[in-house]
Ligand binder design. Structure first.
Ligand code: 1GP
Length: 230
């Protein structure tokens, strides 16, 4: 069984975007710890199943980050379930989840389910717009969210999400300093090894997305954070 706690680096693939076999192979054969399939827009049963079967040729853990109930399917090692704590819409806290549990609660293997406490911080990102997130947060807000996630909800993962833009490392550090049990994920705008190193100094796990589609070489270089840790 895979141990998520050990993961330092993850590539996140968007099923709505196109990737060549060659690029996919180089990502899967890099030293990354896992692949997540997930996106905000146009995630369908069709494009998820296609990408899943392509990634499954390679021997690394594969997770689905669930964005809608329609595109959930068996065959993944893990199911990452976001709850967006700074969303103003209860649907993105537990509303979608309630519907999903009513339909599928009896068949879910909860050993494969990882609940992620999201804090969305880029106001221009699709995820912030979709979830109506309050992104204008102070360091004190971040610390309180970290405490909420670590000490009260006791979620396994806190995800600081700057999707599409590089974040404020002081915020990532503030969260990291509060967490004692919860694993800290950081994602957003990592487009070089330097950026990856900077965030990996605070976050337990960094997530690299967009740059895969704009500069595959730089994307691959981000995996080198793992060498410097050992
Ligand atoms: C998106 O956190 C991930 O959900 C990664 O962000 O696409 O900006 O790399 P980027």
């Amino acid at each position: 069984m895979y141990d998520i706690k050990q993961w330092e680096h993850i590539f996140k693939l968007d099923p709505a975007k196109t990737i060549s076999d060659e690029d996919l192979e180089s990502l899967c054969m890099s030293n990354t710890d896992a692949i997540i399939i997930g996106g905000t827009d146009n995630v369908t049963e069709d494009n998820v199943i296609q990408l899943m079967s392509r990634v499954r040729r390679y021997p690394l853990p594969l997770a689905l980050e669930v964005s809608n109930v329609e595109s959930v399917m068996p065959g993944f090692d893990f199911y990452f379930i976001p709850t967006v704590l700074n969303s103003n819409d209860v649907k993105f806290h537990n509303g979608i989840l309630l519907e999903a549990l009513k339909s599928f609660g009896h068949v879910i293997d909860f050993d494969e389910v990882v609940f992620e406490g999201y804090v969305v911080l880029n106001p221009k990102s699709k995820v912030a717009e979709l979830t109506d997130a309050s992104t204008d947060l102070s360091i004190e807000d971040i610390e309180a969210y970290a405490q909420m996630i670590n000490d009260m909800y006791k979620l396994p993962v806190m995800y600081i999400e700057y999707s599409g833009t590089y974040g404020n490392k002081d915020y990532v550090k503030a969260a990291a300093d509060m967490l004692t049990e919860t694993q800290l994920f950081y994602g957003g705008g990592i487009d070089s090894l330097e950026a990856a190193r900077e965030m990996a100094a605070y976050a337990d796990t960094i997530i690299v997305g967009d740059v895969i589609y704009t500069d595959i070489k730089q994307a691959l270089k981000t995996v080198k954070i793992k060498e410097s840790h050992k």
